[in-house]
Design a protein around this ligand. Structure first.
Ligand code: SF4
Ligand code: SF4
Ligand code: SF4
Length: 270
């Protein structure tokens, strides 16, 4: 059964109140909610190669209607993000139905594609500022000694225009009060935002959370290799805690004891 008919069935059977997919508007795909009230619009449902954090839209809907049953088109990265949102109690898995579709490449395709897929070597990116963006992350990092890596990241961070696009598109950035807007941490009205604090705040918050969807990097108008930064962060999380964000809903690096959340490192080999 094609995906349009599957969505129709989900809506008619009352298994979902709304289905989040895409529709075309002026030649571009935009996120769209399909319901029983606009069933005729279903013929416009698109899947294509488009990616968006539909699960983030779902969290906003649930803020208004906690019991809403939501269907979502889900690629692997959407599913990983959903798993994080279930783990952090932002969405109830019992109220979410997913229709899986194939993976697609990131728009910018820097640093290879999704780290969860086989690495691809396209050879289509030239070196920029002496950095070979085709290199695997390890090779990329190994190419530079520490002072050069530091100065490269300072250069990247100084391009930031503090548009918050990275945070706003990120499916796992859901805090009602964001540290990036806390005047004690990030001075209001200064551009670029204080280097490197602004970016290090976000990077540390993505440790154990970022699902490597790449949407932040796709959205960044300054083309800062954010995904690569967070991937490095999560490599450490993986090494220390044996945890890959979004792998499943039962796994979390956190242990809750009483009202305290603690981190449990994985047992070390001796
Ligand atoms: S890749 Fe970027 S947008 Fe995607 S989960 Fe990680 S930080 Fe968020
Ligand atoms: S940047 Fe940090 S504080 Fe802001 S929404 Fe993301 S995780 Fe929350
Ligand atoms: S999307 Fe890019 S330019 Fe905008 S705040 Fe994030 S890092 Fe800075």
């Amino acid at each position: 059964m094609d995906i349009t008919r599957q969505v129709e069935q989900l809506l008619k059977q009352g298994r979902v109140d709304i289905f989040l997919g895409y529709k075309e508007l002026y030649g571009h795909l935009i996120p769209h909610g399909y319901t029983l009230d606009n069933l005729e619009e279903l013929e416009n449902l698109k899947v294509s190669q488009h990616r968006y954090s539909l699960e983030k839209v779902a969290t906003h809907l649930v803020e208004k209607k906690p019991d809403l049953k939501i269907g979502i088109i889900a690629r692997d990265c959407n599913q990983r993000a959903l798993n994080i949102l279930y783990t952090w109690n932002q969405l109830n898995p019992e109220n979410i139905e997913t229709l899986g579709v194939n993976c697609c490449p990131s728009k910018t395709r820097k640093h290879g594609d999704c780290s969860y897929l086989e690495p691809k070597k396209t050879g289509e990116f030239k070196k920029e500022n002496g950095i070979d963006f085709n290199a695997e992350p390890e090779a990329f990092m190994a190419e530079f000694d520490n002072p050069e890596r530091f100065s490269h990241w300072m250069y990247e961070f100084n391009k930031c225009i503090k548009c918050y696009g990275c945070r706003n598109v990120c499916p796992v950035c859901f805090c009602p009060e964001c540290s990036l807007e806390n005047p004690d941490l990030v001075e209001p009205g200064s551009l670029p935002p204080e280097v490197p604090i602004f970016h290090l705040i976000r990077a540390t918050h993505m440790a154990g959370r970022c699902v490597d969807c790449g949407l932040c990097e796709d959205a960044c108008p300054a083309e800062i290799p954010l995904r690569f930064l967070y991937r490095q962060m999560n490599q450490i999380v993986g090494d220390v805690f044996g945890y890959a964000p979004g792998e499943g809903i039962e796994k979390s690096p956190f242990t809750i004891i009483g009202d305290k959340v603690t981190l449990e490192p994985k047992p070390m080999d001796v």
